[in-house]
Design a protein around this ligand. Structure first.
Ligand SMILES: [Zn+2]
Length: 359
């Protein structure tokens, strides 16, 4: 299967000052480089038209959207210690709005689309900072959440989101906190040890949405084995939910050596298997680039796209094993998750229970 990749140079117009900020336009060069090797005939590039940024009011408050799109007119402005807005940000957001429209059209026709854009979005909640996080974590508008919201509206049945970025997708989870129609499964580093400081196993949503938000927490320095185990839980959840449409918050900062501010040891096999699994289980897919700052974009991203397309992992990285301590922590986190889901009467508890039985 071919993967349609939505890319436009306008995604580089969101640009920091000083340029040394890790979320800068070079990320897209690295990602394009990664996709240029060994994926000929698999990736089909498309340029999205400009869309109406107003569509983001489906997931953000109108006042938040208005405020971020009116900043940075004369130069870079910071909305918090991590997150900037530049004169080109609104134009990049317009292209994202166009890309999401096209990508949803593809997914509804049973195809797979990847939005290779910036700024990223999974930390952006209804009004910016989400669920008590200290900052927006480089994110402005939540494109993956928007895709899930629109897909649910169009298809009229629950949409499943998978987020394997190193960090918790707290913005997305806040947007759908009470909403049972978007099941959000998020694999991320223990929030006690990294930004955004939220996304613990007990955080499972509330009201009608209780039990539909799944946080699979991994310890720092996790290797391929723990991540592949987490993916087996995603597989069982997919088998339980049987969604027609999957939206992926695709971040590659858990890739080993991605950057100098994260410490995970995940290689190409996990990203490839994640792509393969998602492609097997859904009719239509929208994947959205989140984090990833270096090697993850050059190596994790192409492995994921190869998995989505059903071709061999072009990288074939050597696998790293996690320590006994890491496994112990991970198992404890799964026990907490199972307990929380069981107390909510969630049918998804079964997938976690099954995973624990294998220990
Ligand atoms: Zn991240």
């Amino acid at each position: 299967m071919r993967v349609r990749v939505y890319y436009h140079d306008d995604f580089k117009l969101h640009s920091p000052d000083p340029y040394s900020h890790p979320e800068n336009p070079d990320r897209l060069e690295r990602a394009l480089d990664g996709l240029s090797r060994g994926l000929e005939g698999v990736v089909e590039f498309r340029e999205p038209a400009e869309g109406d940024p107003g569509v983001y009011t489906a997931v953000h408050s109108p006042s938040y959207l208005k405020s971020v799109l009116s900043m940075g007119v004369y130069g870079v402005e910071w909305i918090d210690a991590d997150t900037y807005i530049s004169p080109g940000t609104p134009k990049a957001v317009k292209r994202l709005a166009g890309a999401v429209k096209d990508a949803i059209g593809d997914a509804l026709k049973g195809s797979t689309a990847l939005i290779l854009g910036r700024p990223p979005g999974h930390h952006a909640g209804i009004a910016g900072r989400a669920l008590g996080a200290p900052t927006n974590g480089f994110c402005i508008v939540n494109t993956a959440a928007l895709a899930a919201k629109i897909l649910y509206r169009e298809a009229g049945e629950p949409v499943l989101m998978v987020d394997f970025d190193l960090h918790h997708g707290n913005g997305t989870q806040e947007i759908f906190w009470d909403d049972p129609n978007v099941i959000h499964v998020d694999i991320h580093q223990d929030p006690a040890t990294i930004y955004p400081g939220v996304g613990f196993p007990e955080d499972i949503g509330s009201g009608d949405g209780r039990g539909s938000k799944i946080n699979i927490v991994t310890p720092a320095y996790s290797g391929d084995d723990i991540y592949l185990h987490a993916l087996s839980i995603v597989e069982d959840i997919l088998e339980e939910v049987k969604p027609q449409y999957i939206v992926v918050s695709a971040g590659f900062d858990a890739y080993r050596g991605d950057n100098d501010f994260t410490v995970m040891n995940v290689g190409s096999r996990f990203y490839w298997e994640a792509g393969k699994l998602i492609a097997e289980k859904a009719r239509g897919i929208v994947a959205v680039l989140e984090g990833g700052y270096g090697l993850g974009l050059e190596r994790g991203l192409p492995a994921f796209v190869a998995g989505l397309a059903g071709v061999e992992d072009p990288l074939g990285d050597r696998e790293f094993a996690s320590s006994g301590y890491a496994w112990k922590f991970y198992r404890r986190a799964l026990e907490r998750l199972e307990k929380a889901l069981e107390s909510a009467g969630s049918p998804l508890a079964e997938a976690v229970k099954k995973a624990l039985e294998g220990f």
